[in-house]
Design a protein around this ligand. Sequence first.
Ligand code: ADP
Ligand code: MG
Length: 399
Amino acid sequence: MSENKNIPASVMQVKQRFSIIGNSPELINAIERAVKVAPVDLSVLVTGESGSGKEFFPRIIHASGSRKHKKYIAVNCGAIPEGTIDSELFGHEKGAFTGAISTRKGYFEEADGGTIFLDEVAELPMTTQARLLRVLETGEFLKVGSSEVQKTNVRIVAATNVDLLKAVARGRFREDLYYRLSTIQIQVPSLHDRGEDVLLLARKFASDFAEKYMTAPITFSEEARRAMLLYRWPGNVRQLKNVVEQLALFDAGKEIDRSALIELLPLGGTSAGRDLPSSTGHTYEQDRELLWQTLFSMRAEISELKALLGVGSEISDGIHRNKGLLPSAKDLIDAGDHGGVHIIPEQLPSRGETLEDAERKVIEETLHRNGGDKKKSAEQLNISVRTLYRKIRDYGIES
Ligand SMILES: Nc1ncnc2c1ncn2[C@@H]1O[C@H](COP(=O)(O)OP(=O)(O)O)[C@@H](O)[C@H]1O
Ligand SMILES: [Mg+2]
């Protein structure tokens, strides 16, 4: 492909080795930064939305630096309960707490000479942040329940999808640790900022899943491809992969059209608010596309709201009393009548509920739907398990 011409050979090698798909300048730039900082023994902070592919970067850095023959340990800070995280990272002494029946090595001891990837680093409790700062500054740490100073030499690559400076401002993240971790930053672009990469990725995933499930690969219609380019992809590459997997399973061998694709795209994905490729070629068809997506997303949000508030036909304001339901986006488009759109916001129920009430309900509902499975629920809510636990506690939600 012609755009590959500008990509440095070292980046091409890394892309191949890790099966990273995409040629957008932002992605190439991020990979190039990782390759360049790999030999320099500094901490690196990888930022980017959830599902954007942050996990490749610590692996690239480890594999391209002098630590490559030593250990690489990935730790998801959001998934380890607050009570055990110090012991997981730094180890503990026999008898340090109930259940500590023997001395245990922590990751910082095990990864001596190597690299630790601290994923979801914003979730680290304040006390652990203090320990981490110390080990980064001096290479020293203490096992939980021990007063014997130990030494280690570990490189840290951290990742986060939250704005750490905001966390600092809110008193949730140590400022000194922030500066220590973020000497070098690598920003992983969101999928919707990568232009045609989304099509390359979709094609690659289609062929991967066809192989995995031993089916004929799916293809995408022109319309479906355009929708992919317009869609916001809030869950980024992970979401795209998931959508393609479902299509590969249930529509094997078919050409996927726009409606089959859009059916799998949940709320929040409208491209409204983003600029359409304007100037030239700004056609009626594109306007219609945008409108369709906006409507689609509004409809989804309204049915979510309805489900959330447990309201049904009573919120109909009369205009649609005959149906008792809100018009679907498809209804409106099919009728060729875009003029009815304005009625939708007026039908939103207002019951004086606060955002917190709504959040609490979404959490309860999600937990219920997953039979109380917190890991699954946290994944669906796109928050860490620790955050979910905190919210369950704060809202006093019963399990
Ligand atoms: N450029 C890419 N090429 C191929 N697969 C990708 C790319 N970016 C992300 N993925 C895949 O998307 C999924 C999510 O990536 P991950 O690194 O876990 O995201 P994050 O850690 O940012 O939430 C993984 O299955 C990963 O392999
Ligand atoms: Mg991740």
